[in-house]
Design a protein around this ligand. Structure first.
Ligand SMILES: Cc1cc2nc3c(=O)[nH]c(=O)nc-3n(C[C@H](O)[C@H](O)[C@H](O)COP(=O)(O)OP(=O)(O)OC[C@H]3O[C@@H](n4cnc5c(N)ncnc54)[C@H](O)[C@@H]3O)c2cc1C
Length: 479
């Protein structure tokens, strides 16, 4: 087989850029096509009047030491470390998150506490003796926490995030998102006898001085220095194939249709969009699967606040349905450089669907609603807001509906017929993964192309961060 030299990467988010980083360091001719005006994807940081806002506050955490060292070397002095402190605001009270047994039972009241304990024990017994299958998010959480805690925290919050009943969400989401391992683990954690270890519990994290997007601005600079090209405003619309090989990529660029030849393609654009970009006669039979995969959108309210401080929390979770937001964040908790000296800011996350009421709400009306909700939650900034803007993302969360796996599986199997195409990343593999796993997937995809390291495509798409696939490679190639 002749060596692939000219690789086109679709999407300039963490996965696509990391792939380009790895390829360009190995002497490949790489072009990244990114639809947006800047790189970073969901990890972009917007600057506004001296303030910086991520699309929902991000943090960089990875169990893969070799990988973290490599990112730290690339970032030099620009990476700060910060401590995470999160709370849940509920019924006028503030609960620690992750849940702590002492804090929880002190605040929910004696009667609810006893009921929660017995419902937890009931589920523990059922889990041990009946071994019921966990199909939905509802099953997964009630088996581990009991019905009372489900009704109090997990059910309402999850329904707000996804916009559908937790009984219709696959248990895969819970098992990937809520990093608790089994019942005894839960008991030990809730009683404070076990230290916090999984990702959800990580207390310290890395964060760049100028917002999470700085990682990808630096990475893009390295790719360019290595001779790679990054084309922004490049909206990929067509993939031309001949037999089992992708030959050309077509994209719209400032109103013009352009095309680029390729020896290989790494796609990180949404999986259904990639299917739609292929010739119609090839994809006709699998279009129902592409339509079966849905993403949840998010709208953000970013507020400039003329005071120095609001709280010491990294994340404040808001589960109650009557409030418009699911999370409240103060960006300067991550980096003091996210706001000018003596000032702070607030960012509110509001999951929605593209074109629903929340998505289309006027900016001013939405600001008024957010300020009222914040006030009720005990955060009164009405007289201190000096400016604001809202932002939106269409592909915030891949929706793990009960049947998502069959659609995802059929689409990935279909794409396997193209020998020089790999689809990966959060959107490309349709997996609820974090930035570090997306970056490692991009690097693994690049190594699949760089001759000597051959990971199976499925192995790349199934990657979990720190799973060991790359660990030794990172150490041996550390630059
Ligand atoms: C609210 C929120 C908070 C998060 N917090 C954290 C956190 O604290 N820590 C963490 O590790 N992760 C976090 N994540 C997850 C993290 O953002 C993702 O895992 C990561 O961005 C995935 O990278 P990706 O490159 O796979 O996808 P994306 O970031 O979505 O990048 C895909 C890119 O493809 C581009 N694209 C799409 N269609 C086309 C097209 N047709 N043509 C060309 N380009 C196209 C997009 O514009 C985008 O730039 C969070 C996510 C959200 C939504």
């Amino acid at each position: 087989m002749t060596k692939m030299r000219n690789i086109v990467v679709l999407g300039g988010g963490p996965c696509g850029l990391s792939a380009a980083w790895e390829l360009s360091e190995n002497g490949y001719d790489v072009t990244v096509l990114e639809k947006d005006s800047g790189v970073g994807g969901l990890c972009i940081t917007h600057e506004y009047q001296g303030y910086r806002f991520d699309l929902g506050g991000h943090r960089f955490v990875s169990p893969n030491k070799g990988f973290v060292d490599r990112v730290c070397r690339m970032m030099g002095d620009e990476l700060l470390t910060a401590e995470r402190k999160s709370v849940i605001l509920l019924n006028g009270k503030t609960f620690q998150y992750p849940l702590s047994a002492r804090d929880l039972f002190a605040k929910i009241g004696f009667r609810t506490g006893i009921m929660a304990f017995f419902s937890f024990m009931k589920e523990a017994v059922i889990a041990v003796f009946l071994r019921k299958k966990e199909v939905s998010f509802y099953d997964w959480v009630t088996h581990r926490f009991g019905r009372i805690l489900y009704d109090l925290f997990f059910g309402p919050y999850t329904e707000k995030v996804w916009g559908i009943s937790p009984k219709l969400i696959s248990s895969d989401w819970a098992s990937q998102r809520i990093a608790l391992l089994n019942l005894s683990d839960v008991c030990l954690r809730l009683s404070g006898l076990k230290e916090d270890t999984p990702r959800t519990y990580a207390r310290t994290y890395f964060y760049p001085r100028k917002g999470i997007g700085q990682i990808f601005e630096v990475m893009a600079k390295v790719v360019r220095q290595n001779g790679g090209r990054i084309v922004t405003h490049a909206d990929v619309s067509g993939v031309e194939v001949c037999g089992g090989t992708v030959k050309k990529i077509r994209y719209m660029h400032h109103g013009f249709l352009r095309e680029i030849d390729c020896d290989g393609v790494i796609s990180t654009m949404p999986l259904p969009d990639l299917i739609h970009a292929l010739p119609e006669h090839l994809v006709r039979d699998i279009l129902p699967d592409a339509r079966g995969l849905r993403y949840r959108a998010i709208r953000f309210m970013n507020m400039l606040v003329g005071r120095s401080d609001i709280s010491d929390n990294t994340w404040m979770y808001v589960a109650e349905k009557k409030y418009v937001m699911t999370r409240i964040q103060e960006p300067r908790r991550r980096s003091p450089f996210n706001a000018p000296d003596g000032k702070t800011s607030l960012m509110l996350e509001m999951p929605c669907d593209v074109n629903d009421d929340l998505w289309n709400y006027g900016d001013e009306e939405l600001l008024a609603r957010c300020l009222t909700d914040l006030c009720e939650l005990g955060i009164n900034v009405r007289d201190d807001v000096t400016g604001y803007f809202t932002s939106r993302v269409t592909h915030g969360y891949p929706v793990y509906s009960l049947d998502y796996r069959s659609h995802q599986g059929r689409l990935l199997n279909f794409l396997d017929q193209f020998d020089n195409l790999i689809t990966c990343g959060r959107q490309g593999a349709f997996r609820y993964i974090f930035m570090d796993t997306a970056m490692e997937m991009g690097i693994a995809a690049a190594r699949h192309i760089v001759s000597e390291r051959h990971y199976e495509k499925g192995q790349i798409q199934d990657m979990r961060s720190g799973a060991g696939l790359l660990e030794k490679d990172f150490i041996s190639v550390s630059r």
